[in-house]
Design a protein around this ligand. Structure first.
Ligand SMILES: [Zn+2]
Length: 66
């Protein structure tokens, strides 16, 4: 075998970018598809959901945090 030299190539698998904010922006409004939403409460009827109010149409909806 010819070029069988093991060159140290640091494989950057994880940690791409970095510095990701823990608080993700609220998803789009399911009613008017607007992103101008305000997080009312971090906990909705379920632990994994949060209450969001759409500023565009003024509707309340729950969004999943994960
Ligand atoms: Zn809306």
């Amino acid at each position: 075998m010819g070029a069988g030299r093991d060159s140290h190539s640091p494989s950057i698998g994880e940690g791409r970018g970095g510095g990701a904010p823990e608080q993700a922006p609220p998803p789009r409004c399911p009613f008017c598809d607007s992103r101008d939403a305000q997080v009312i409460s971090l906990f909705g009827t379920q632990v994994m959901t949060m209450q969001v109010k759409c500023r565009a149409c003024g509707s309340y909806y729950e969004a999943s945090k994960y």
